[in-house]
Write a protein that binds this ligand. Structure first.
Ligand SMILES: Cc1cc2nc3c(=O)[nH]c(=O)nc-3n(C[C@H](O)[C@H](O)[C@H](O)COP(=O)(O)OP(=O)(O)OC[C@H]3O[C@@H](n4cnc5c(N)ncnc54)[C@H](O)[C@@H]3O)c2cc1C
Length: 325
């Protein structure tokens, strides 16, 4: 089995920041494994501005923010980037297996940093009753379709959940000429940033209905309408407040789940409720020499904060490896 000093899984902002910080701390050999064909992670589909205000003191789009780090990573001779490389196995002693085109590789790592990001919660996890027509998408998937593939998911949309992804997609769909009929939020306040409520909804005249929930999605082949009701402070439906909204698309933005299946596979402790590593400090896991950073460690609002904490993860890994400071 080939030996590598530090292996980082995931080439989003977390993995790239950790790799650069580990190198700056003296680690000589870093292997950065990314299953996609580009570095950058979720930032590649976030073409809106709002990144970098803290780290770069200027406002960048997601791809611009990612590109600045990718350029530094590619220029560093001590970092080997392996794209289209999907890590499928992690053992408790930091032995890893990954698939790359045409081969399966096994390696033994001195230290591992998991920077695997998050996946989206789906319709089934809330759940919303009704039929199963086409036209229901997780909001982040719809963002990838619109911004990277050039597909518009529908013409009349309702968005469930007012977190940042839902808010940003409301504006994005409106900019593409889609009629965004409403954002439906069961809570009393938005989970998203205030600036996103103002810039993505208020500036576009998109109604945000707090303390409402979807009771059904209707449609045979394609979504035709949704049923909505107002709820009280205990989330109980208020009689006489039900109404319907005609639409052909429902975007579901109801949270993210940290990706920690590799950690679990290696026997690391994972919190069942949040799917985050169980540990006393940020970036640590219960396994010696295995670190987790970025959205895999906890769900962050800002990429800048991901960068800051992931740099720390790179330094923690260097310390674990006994690299002289
Ligand atoms: C829609 C949306 C809008 C946002 N807007 C803003 C904003 O305006 N401003 C801001 O500062 N932040 C924003 N954020 C937050 C910010 O983008 C994230 O916090 C940040 O991208 C998380 O970085 P990460 O590296 O942890 O995860 P990711 O960017 O998700 O990267 C994880 C990487 O790991 C790879 N990976 C996963 N598993 C494996 C495996 N087994 N093998 C190999 N590779 C693997 C994935 O392919 C991916 O490239 C937004 C996020 C979203 C989703």
């Amino acid at each position: 089995m080939k030996r590598r000093e530090l292996v980082i899984v995931g080439g989003g902002p977390a993995g790239m920041a950790a790799a650069l910080a580990a190198r700056a701390a003296g680690v000589e050999d870093v292997l950065l494994l990314e299953r996609d064909q580009h570095l950058g992670g979720i930032l590649n589909q976030c073409i809106h501005p709002g990144f970098g205000l803290h780290h770069f003191k200027e406002e960048l789009t997601g791809p611009e923010y990612a590109d600045r780090f990718a350029a530094l990573v590619h220029a560093d001779p001590g970092i080997e980037v392996s794209l289209r490389s999907f890590v499928v196995k992690l053992g408790k002693d930091r032995e890893l297996s990954y698939l790359r085109p045409g081969a399966m590789e096994d390696i033994q790592a001195g230290a591992v940093i998991l920077a695997t990001g998050c996946r989206e919660r789906t319709r089934e996890m809330i759940p919303i009753p009704g039929s199963r027509p086409a036209g229901v998408f997780p909001a982040g998937l719809a963002q990838k379709m619109v911004n990277m593939e050039g597909w518009i998911p529908g013409r009349e949309a309702v968005i469930v959940g007012s977190g940042d992804i839902g808010l940003i997609m409301a504006r994005r769909m409106a900019l593409e000429g889609v009629a965004v009929k409403a954002v439906i939020e069961i809570q009393k306040t938005s989970r998203g940033l205030v600036r996103n409520v103002v810039q993505c909804l208020e500036d576009f005249g998109i109604p945000l209905r707090f303390q409402h929930r979807l009771t059904a999605i209707h449609g045979a082949d394609r979504v035709e309408k949704v049923s909505v009701v107002r709820v009280d402070d205990d989330f109980k439906d208020i009689p006489g407040t039900a109404f319907e909204i005609a639409c052909d698309t429902v975007l579901v933005s109801v949270g993210l789940i940290p990706e920690n299946e590799l950690l679990e596979m290696a026997g690391g402790a994972v919190d069942r409720r949040t799917n985050t590593p169980v540990a006393d400090e940020v970036n640590l896991t219960s396994l010696p020499g295995v670190f987790a950073c970025g959205n895999a460690c906890k769900v962050y609002d800002l990429a800048d904060s991901v960068t800051r904490d992931s740099e720390l993860a790179g330094r923690m890994a260097a310390k674990y490896l006994g690299v002289p400071a």
